[in-house]
Design a binder for this molecule. Structure first.
Ligand SMILES: [Zn+2]
Ligand SMILES: [Zn+2]
Length: 407
């Protein structure tokens, strides 16, 4: 439907101005729903409240995993060091209670502290660090443990990162529609096993006949670093065209519009993907990897790279990585994919490397950061998870005037 590349958006466009942490971000601030800056400064009870809420919820979730072991990921269940986990529950309960009390004393808004202390009390009533693993395992194909690991790791990495190196320093952690993205975050983790099965099984069921022994033997015999590099490049090439199709075919765009409806960029915004969009993209991306015959270690390494990079490129960090931005997808590269500026529509489709966008004429790196994010002109995407899930199923296929004009 569209293959136009703006004259200033050519292959491997060079930065034209040093917007970095300067003009671009500050220009965006008036567009964001700002919290008063004082309210999250150190010493105001916000940091202690946040740590209390995260550790309290993590402790409560972990205790629930002991009560419902069938709600954990079967493949990794046997590897957990149970005694170490008990010690961590103990530590988290202590930290959550102490910092929750500090937050409640310091802060007028008690929500975070109360979430932390409330979770601590419930987790303790359910057994705390002395909780026993329930007898029979009733498999549920849920990933409660995956949610908790995500919560701990992402919070530990991105909360300080986005606070210290924010592209939009005034952007509150609990910004507009954060509850919607938290819902996506928790559901993505909870359904990790279901999504995994829907990703892998179709390739195994329908394309086993197409695997050639000569290719599989050659590829799986390559050194692991070479396999991982080829795996990332091949997956990104496939994903590039699937992603481009999702932008350019109206019936698909209404599913993908959900991802682009986020008007704020941070690590949590990357979780906003319609279930159909997420599963179909992963399923189709996996087929060539299956046919090539990459080893399990290579696929596992690729998955780690996906998890890290797909989150990082959405983060609210001001690093530009100018030396490598033409070769590796960076936050600036993907922020432009989400930009609500007409010249950036249908650009920067890749997740891992701009090589494919440069090759196919869709790379856009103008040397500054976008002024705003979201859909150009499409105002009817609902803000809640349920509304967004139903939206593509009942909406007529059409594009906004801005997107239609770009075709
Ligand atoms: Zn997109
Ligand atoms: Zn994105």
């Amino acid at each position: 439907m569209k293959d136009a590349v703006n004259s200033d958006a050519g292959v491997g466009s060079e930065p034209v101005a040093d917007a970095g942490a300067g003009g671009g971000p500050s220009d965006v601030l008036p567009r964001l729903a700002l919290e008063t800056p004082e309210s999250t400064e150190f010493g105001q009870g916000w940091v202690s409240g946040l740590i209390s809420a995260v550790t309290g919820l993590a402790a409560l979730g972990t205790v629930l995993c002991f009560h419902f072991p069938g709600a954990t990921v079967a493949e990794i269940r046997s590897y957990y060091p149970v005694e170490l986990i008990r010690a961590l529950i103990h530590l988290f309960l202590f930290v959550s209670f102490v910092l929750g009390s500090v937050s409640i004393c310091l802060r007028r808004n008690k929500t975070l502290g109360l979430i932390g202390i409330g979770s601590t009390i419930v987790a303790t009533l359910l057994g705390g660090s002395a909780v026993e693993i329930s007898g029979d395992i009733q498999e549920t194909f849920l990933g409660l443990d995956w949610v908790i690991l995500d919560l701990i790791l992402y919070s530990a990495v991105y909360i300080p990162l986005e606070r210290l190196f924010a592209l939009h320093p005034g952007q509150p952690a609990f910004r507009k529609e954060w509850t919607t993205d938290v819902t996506y975050f928790f559901l993505n983790g909870l359904l990790i096993q279901v999504i995994g099965l829907l990703t892998i099984k179709p390739a195994m069921l329908f394309f086993d006949w197409a695997r050639l022994d000569a290719i599989v033997t050659t590829v799986s015999g390559l050194p692991l670093p070479i396999q991982v590099l080829l795996c990332v490049l091949l997956a990104d090439l496939t994903q590039y065209w699937i992603h481009r199709a999702y932008h350019q075919i109206p019936a698909l765009w209404r599913f993908h519009a959900i991802h682009h409806s986020a008007e704020v960029m941070d690590w949590m915004a990357g979780a906003r993907l319609h279930f159909v969009d997420a599963v179909s993209t992963r399923c189709l991306t996996y087929i060539p990897l299956f046919l090539a015959g990459f080893s399990e270690a290579a696929i596992a390494s690729y998955l780690v790279i996906v998890i890290i990079q797909a989150t990082f490129i959405h983060a609210n960090v001001r690093w530009e990585f100018r030396l490598i931005q033409k070769w590796i997808a960076t936050p600036c590269f993907h922020h432009w994919h989400h930009a609500a500026e007409s010249q950036a529509i249908d650009r920067n489709f890749a997740v891992h490397t701009p090589i494919w966008d440069r090759l196919f004429g869709t790379c856009y790196l103008p040397g500054r950061w976008p002024y705003s994010y979201g859909l150009c002109g499409e105002r009817d995407v609902p803000s809640g998870w349920i509304g967004q899930f139903l939206y593509p199923l009942f909406r007529r296929s059409r594009k906004s005037p801005a997107r239609a004009d770009s075709n």
